[in-house]
Design a protein around this ligand. Structure first.
Ligand code: CTP
Ligand code: ZN
Length: 152
């Protein structure tokens, strides 16, 4: 059961609800947004039914509102995520994640010989495919795809 009276995860009074996260990437989203390091109340549910994603996860962060740039960092692992801004129990705004043209940090280059893996150089990629989110290294030009993605 999942209607207004029977939410899988309790409603929040103020904050941000991140919905439609692929279940297998829940902990990546938590780590990318640094949710494991903030004092806010956070609740989440995972392996919830979703028509679009099969199994989805949802995260509710009380008293926290994100900047666009921060939110777009999760695009690589949750390109279909939907954000709901909650004020006084009401959804006052919905936002979609935008896959950026360029990604700095976050992901490691797949090429072990890449300068970013050998020296202290921050990885930088151009997003070559916004649907599947595959990344072309700015330094060695190798493609890092979802399957081979490791996070910094
Ligand atoms: N939500 C919440 N606390 C509130 C209000 C809403 O946690 N005070 C959550 C709901 O549980 C839901 C999300 O925010 O996961 C969006 O709420 P709402 O727009 O009411 O739901 P839907 O219409 O189902 O959203 P959509 O179809 O846009 O995903
Ligand atoms: Zn590289």
């Amino acid at each position: 059961m999942n209607d207004k009276k029977h939410l899988s995860v309790s409603a929040i009074q103020n904050g941000t609800v991140i919905d439609h996260i692929p279940a297998q990437n829940l902990f990546k989203v938590i780590s990318i947004l640094g949710l494991d390091k903030i004092p806010n109340q956070i609740t989440f549910g995972t392996n919830l039914e979703s028509k679009r994603l099969g199994k989805k996860a949802i995260i509710k962060i009380a008293d926290k509102y994100f900047e666009r740039d921060e939110i777009n960092r999760i695009a690589i692992v949750a390109p279909l995520a939907k954000l709901n801004i909650i004020r006084d129990y009401e959804v006052v705004e919905k936002m979609l994640v935008e896959v950026p043209d360029e990604i700095k940090g976050i992901v490691k280059c797949v090429n072990p010989k890449c300068i970013t893996n050998v020296e202290n150089v921050t990885p930088k990629f151009r997003v070559v495919d916004k649907k599947s989110v595959s990344l072309k290294c700015h330094y060695c030009e190798k493609i890092t795809d979802q399957e081979h993605m490791n996070y910094l």
